[in-house]
Design a protein around this ligand. Structure first.
Ligand code: AMP
Length: 518
C-alpha cells in the first residue's frame, strides 16, 4: 500500500518543514539552558535520523520493533524518526518502568534491538534483547553521516509505533499503529494546531502514552518546537513553573489531572504563559469546574477537550467555552474528527442504539489500530471489520467506554464498562495491579478498587488477604508490599491504601463481591 495512505506523507512533511528553516528548533527540554545537548534543530533531526536509520538497517533484527528506552531527550525523537526511515516500528519504553515490565516487553517482542538513552543505564535484562546500544553508539552512527533511500521508509501496514498499555491479563499489551493510520490522524491533528511560525507545544506526557503523538506528529508536521520537562523538573512544581515561564509555549497538551495540579497554584495563569493560546486536554474526564477555572486563568486561550483510546488515537474534539462549561455537565468529549465514526451499541445484545441512548462506544474508521502485538486472541476480542457506507470493510474497535451521541453529533463518555480506570491520566487495568499484588509473596489474594472523588478516580485501594494469617496486617506490612509492588509495576499503579481482610465475601456467582468491598 505505497503512496497516498502511507507514513511517508508525514516524513515528507517533516522534510518540507526542514527545507524552509533547518536551523529552527524541533525540540528542547528544560535542561537546555545549561546544556546545549538538550536541544535539536529540524536540520539535526533530519540528518541524524537519516544516519541512525542507516545504522538500524544494518543492525536491527528485520521485522522487529526497535525498543527506544529513555525519557525526554532529543535523541529519543531522533530514534523514533530513524526507525520510521529504516522501515521499522519504534516501541518506546520510559525510564519510569520497573525492570519487570521492561523485561516483559522485551520478551513479548522477542529479542529486539534496544537503544538505551537513559543517563541511569538500561533497567531491563540485556539477555532478553538482541543487543543494547547506548547514546555513544548512536552518536558514532550519527557522526558517520550516512543515509537511507526513501524506498526504505515505513509504509502501509507496517506499524509506525508499538505502545504498551496496561493489560487486563496482568501483562502490558502492545497496540500497533499502522503507518497508513498515522497520516490519517496527522491530517486531523494538524487542524488542532494553529498555523504559526513560532509555535511551541508542550511535549509533556511520556512517549509511552498515545497523547504524546499529538505533537510528535502534528507539532512536527506544523513546524512547531516541542518543549519538554526533564524528569527532575517534573518532580517539582516550582522548577516546572520556572521552566514554563521561559518556554514560550503556545500550545498546551496534557491530561486534565496535570493541568488541575498546575491550577492549584494561583501563579499558573496568563502572566506565566503569555503566549499560550491553545490548550488541548485528553486522556480522562475533563471536569466542568476545571474548565471554568482554566477559562478564568487563560481568558484568551482556546480550550479543547479531546478523547480517544490508544487503539484508535484521539478521535474527537470540542471547544470548551464558558457557556458549554456552565450549561453541559458532564462535558461532551467532542465531535468526531472525520477519520472515525462512533457507533453506540447495547452492551448486552450488541444492537446499535438510537441517538441519545447510553451504551458501549465502538469506533470505526481509518485510525483504528491493527491490534495487539503477538496477541491474536486479545485482538479478536475487541477488533472487528464492519461494512462501511460504500460497502468496503472498515476496522472497528470496541472501546469498553460507556457513552452516547447527542442530537448535535457530540459524543459523551460516561466512564468504563469494565475494570479499566484513569488515574491522573494514566490508564490502569485494575486486574493488572491485582496480578502484580499476588506475586508479592505475603499476599494471598487481592482485589483492587478505584476510589473516586467528585466523579473522578482519586487513588487506588488494595483489598488484601495475606497468605499467612500470622502476618499482621499493619503499617509495616503495607510498606513492604508497596515497596515490592514498585519493582513490578510503574509507581502510579501502586495503591495508596491497603485494607486487610481475613476472607473476601462472595457474590451469588461465587465471585469476590467487589461491590460489597467498595
Ligand atoms: P488511553 O488508551 O490511555 O488513551 O485511555 C483511553 C481511555 O481514557 C478512553 O477509553 C476513555 O475511557 C478515557 N478517556 C480518554 N479521553 C477522555 C476524555 N476526554 N473524557 C473522558 N474519558 C476519556
Amino acid at each position: 500500500m505505497k503512496g497516498e495512505m502511507s507514513v511517508s506523507r508525514f516524513l515528507d512533511r517533516l522534510k518540507d518543514v526542514t527545507a524552509v528553516n533547518s536551523e529552527k528548533l524541533a525540540f528542547f527540554n528544560s535542561r537546555c539552558g545549561g546544556d546545549a545537548d538538550e536541544r535539536l534543530t529540524y536540520g539535526e533531526l533530519s540528518r541524524w535520523s537519516d544516519a541512525l536509520a542507516a545504522y538500524l538497517v544494518d543492525t536491527a533484527p528485520a521485522g522487529k520493533p526497535v525498543v527506544i528506552y529513555g525519557h525526554k531527550s532529543p535523541l529519543m525523537l531522533v530514534g523514533f524518526i530513524a526507525a520510521a526511515k529504516a522501515g521499522l516500528t519504534y516501541a518506546p519504553v520510559d525510564i519510569a518502568y520497573p525492570a519487570d515490565r521492561v523485561n516483559d516487553i522485551l520478551t513479548q517482542i522477542d529479542h529486539p534491538l534496544v537503544i538505551s538513552l537513559a543517563d541511569e543505564g538500561f533497567a531491563g535484562d540485556e539477555s532478553l534483547a538482541a543487543s543494547v546500544v547506548g547514546a555513544e553508539a548512536v552518536q558514532t552512527a550519527i557522526a558517520a553521516g550516512r543515509s537511507v533511500g526513501r524506498e526504505r521508509w515505513i509504509d502501509g501496514d507496517t506499524p509506525f509505533y508499538l505502545l504498551f498499555t496496561s493489560g487486563s491479563t496482568g501483562r502490558p499489551k502492545g497496540v500497533q499503529m499502522p503507518s497508513r493510520c498515522v497520516d490519517a490522524f496527522m491530517d486531523y491533528f494538524t487542524g488542532l494546531f494553529p498555523v504559526r511560525e513560532d509555535g511551541v507545544s508542550f511535549n509533556r506526557v511520556p512517549y509511552t502514552f498515545d497523547v504524546s503523538l499529538f505533537d510528535i506528529i502534528a507539532g512536527l508536521a506544523r513546524g512547531y518546537t516541542l518543549f519538554a520537562l526533564e524528569s527532575e523538573d517534573e518532580q517539582s512544581m516550582r522548577a516546572a513553573f520556572d521552566a514554563l515561564a521561559v518556554s514560550g509555549l503556545t500550545t498546551w497538551i496534557s491530561t486534565p489531572s496535570f493541568i488541575e495540579m498546575c491550577l492549584a497554584d494561583p501563579a499558573f495563569n496568563e502572566e506565566l504563559l503569555p503566549r499560550l493560546d491553545n490548550i488541548i486536554l485528553c486522556g480522562e474526564v475533563f471536569r466542568n469546574a476545571t474548565a471554568l477555572k482554566l477559562i478564568e486563568r487563560f481568558p484568551a486561550a482556546r480550550i479543547l477537550n479531546t478523547y480517544g483510546p490508544t487503539e484508535t488515537q484521539a478521535v474527537t474534539d470540542i471547544v470548551v467555552d464558558e457557556a458549554l462549561a456552565t450549561e453541559v455537565n458532564p462535558l461532551p468529549v467532542g465531535y468526531l474528527g472525520g477519520a472515525v465514526a462512533a457507533i453506540v451499541r447495547d452492551p448486552e445484545t450488541g444492537a446499535v442504539l438510537p441517538q441519545g441512548e447510553v451504551g458501549e462506544i465502538y469506533l470505526a474508521g481509518d485510525t483504528v489500530s491493527a491490534g495487539y502485538w503477538a496477541r491474536p486472541d486479545l485482538t479478536e476480542a475487541v477488533f472487528s471489520e464492519i461494512e462501511g457506507e460504500d460497502g468496503a470493510p472498515v476496522r472497528c474497535y470496541k472501546t469498553g467506554d460507556k457513552g452516547y451521541l447527542d442530537g448535535e453529533g457530540r459524543l459523551f463518555c460516561l466512564g468504563r464498562l469494565d475494570f479499566q480506570v484513569k488515574l491522573n491520566g494514566f490508564r490502569v487495568e485494575l486486574a493488572d495491579v491485582e496480578q502484580a499484588l499476588v506475586r508479592v509473596p505475603v499476599v494471598g489474594e487481592a482485589v483492587v478498587l478505584a476510589a473516586e472523588r467528585d466523579g473522578k478516580v482519586s487513588h487506588l485501594v488494595a483489598h488484601v488477604r495475606l497468605a499467612d494469617p500470622a502476618v499482621p496486617g499493619d503499617f509495616a506490612t503495607s510498606r513492604s508490599i508497596k515497596a515490592a509492588l514498585k519493582e513490578l509495576v510503574p509507581e502510579y499503579m501502586v495503591p495508596k491504601k491497603i485494607v486487610y481482610h481475613d476472607e473476601f465475601a462472595l457474590n451469588v456467582n461465587g465471585k469476590i463481591d467487589r461491590k460489597a468491598l467498595a
